[in-house]
Design a protein around this ligand. Structure first.
Ligand SMILES: [Fe+2]
Ligand SMILES: [Fe+2]
Length: 199
């Protein structure tokens, strides 16, 4: 069991610091508008046959869902059972989300936007997030630093989401890609991975 900061955590923290410093330096001012409430149909069931959400809507729905779980966790004090449930939901959702982005979304976005730097950074951020998830999954609620790790994971994920929604997604909207078809592909892969990873 992990009971303190290990090298993976420290690496995660230093990468995060580097990423944030780099962004502050190079990207300040690029963020002109927030449209994070574009898609608000939070209870859409996965696998629904009704009109598929566009790729961006689907990813934003995932973002809102995980943000809500982090916020709920933050407010819990002693309820270890609910904490464990939320941590498990968060870790599973993030692993599936990261994988559909890496397998399907980022390659398409790279092709459409030619903004390799932005997508390279996103991939590095995913790796950092995945390391922290692996640490959390090897621990039990109530252990030293467990809550802190969830909190840091939440901060990293929220920052990553902000960058995707404020920098990457706006670059995609004018690009000539079929976001609806692409959304269907993401939804199908998401459903597949959810059942694989839950098995
Ligand atoms: Fe991402
Ligand atoms: Fe994302």
């Amino acid at each position: 069991m992990l009971s303190g900061f290990n090298s993976a955590t420290l690496t995660a923290y230093s990468i995060k610091g580097y990423i944030m410093a780099t962004k502050a330096k190079t990207k300040a001012g690029r963020v002109a508008e927030r449209k994070t409430s574009r898609s608000q149909s939070p209870d859409r069931k996965k696998g629904t046959q009704a009109a598929s959400p566009s790729a961006i809507d689907l990813l934003e729905q995932d973002h809102r869902e995980v943000e809500e779980w982090f916020d709920e966790y933050d407010e819990l004090k002693e309820d270890d059972a609910r904490k464990a449930e939320l941590a498990q939901k968060i870790c599973l959702a993030l692993k599936v989300h990261a994988q559909i982005e890496e397998e399907i979304f980022y390659p398409q976005a790279r092709e459409a936007t030619k903004d390799n730097d932005l997508i390279d950074e996103a991939v590095v951020e995913h790796a950092t997030v995945k390391n922290l998830i692996a640490e959390i999954e090897s621990m039990e609620v109530g252990e030293d630093l467990y809550d802190a790790k969830i909190r840091v994971l939440g901060e990293m994920v929220k920052q990553h989401i902000k960058e995707e929604e404020e920098e990457l997604f706006p670059e995609l909207r004018p690009a000539k890609i079929d976001l609806e078809a692409f959304g269907k592909e993401l939804a199908e892969r998401k459903e597949e991975l959810m059942s694989e990873m839950q098995a």
